[in-house]
Design a protein around this ligand. Structure first.
Ligand SMILES: [Zn+2]
Length: 299
């Protein structure tokens, strides 16, 4: 059976054709564009799959499954997007519509959960219980526990970016205040940069200023690292995974950001002698949500 993975991000769509083993046969990406009209968007996705099938020498009839990663919440039956604010999707039955249009078996999955599943199946945490944190503009978290993506009874497992870290803190898009996401990763560092250096500043400004020796920038980064580190230690101590993986655009800032966070977790996580927690960078990069979506269990 050939599997299709589609990762619909806030700005681009990444599509791949995979073998059961996880080997990527062909892939392509394109700007997401206007994704509000399903009459246009769904045929566009299907056309891309047909192109890839031709490239890989695969017949469309061999495609047995299509997983779709979305930047938002997904219904319990994995066929409807609950809310994907960046795309303006609310209660959108994308999975059902795509299944009807293509005839494939279709499942939706939140992108951060798909990334965690990819790392579990074919990446840095093969076969191990893991927490995979994507540090991008926001903070996405996927949990794989006992060999399954863990959703939680309320479907909100992994909303680590919305753990409150400040009393009466900054308002968050989720409706609460003081969330981790408002202080760390791209969005939060952007807010801090604007407070310190004006409206044109963003997370990059903060890193550049810190590199120049600016004390306020260094302190702001240190605080973000501490907030992320303590939150991750909390998650690790609660769930006892075999590994914690860090991915996403912000993790590419290795020495200034990812490594201090990982070192903090290694130092502070509760540990039994001889059974160390693995803390490392994820392996599959920006293809992870696409790969994880494709490799979802089909049952
Ligand atoms: Zn929040």
């Amino acid at each position: 059976m050939i599997r299709v993975g589609i990762d619909i991000g806030g700005t681009k769509v990444n599509i791949g054709l995979l073998e059961e083993s996880g080997k990527v046969l062909a892939k392509e990406n394109f700007p997401v564009g206007d994704a509000t009209d399903m009459q246009v968007f769904i045929p566009k996705l299907h056309d891309a799959i047909k192109r890839l099938a031709e490239q890989a020498g695969v017949k469309e009839a061999e495609i047995g499954f299509c997983g779709i990663g979305v930047p938002g919440t997904v219904s319990a039956d994995k066929l409807t997007v609950g809310c994907a604010p960046n795309l303006g999707w609310i209660d959108l039955p994308l999975g059902k519509a795509f299944r009807e249009y293509t005839g494939y078996t279709v499942k939706l999955v939140q992108d951060a959960k798909a990334a965690a599943w990819a790392e579990y199946c074919a990446g840095a945490g093969k076969g191990k219980d893991l927490i995979c944190v994507t540090l991008g503009t926001g903070i996405g978290t996927g949990l794989v526990l006992d060999g399954k993506i863990y959703e939680g009874a309320l479907g909100t497992a992994g909303e680590m970016g919305h753990i409150p870290v400040k009393v009466n803190g900054r308002p968050c898009a989720c409706g609460k205040v003081g969330c981790l996401e408002c202080y760390a990763a791209g969005k939060g560092l952007g807010y801090t940069a604007k407070e310190l250096y004006g409206e044109d500043a963003d997370a990059r400004t903060l890193f550049a200023k810190a590199a120049e020796g600016d004390k306020a920038a260094s302190e702001a980064l240190d605080e973000a690292i501490l907030l992320l580190g303590t939150t991750f230690v909390g998650a690790v101590n609660l769930l006892s995974p075999a590994c914690l993986l860090i991915s996403g655009g912000m993790s590419e800032r290795k020495t200034e950001f990812a490594e201090p966070i990982m070192n903090f977790v290694k130092e502070h996580a509760y540990e039994i002698p001889g059974r160390p927690l693995e803390v490392k960078l994820a392996a599959l990069g920006s293809d992870a949500p696409m790969i994880g979506a494709a490799l979802l269990p089909t049952d």
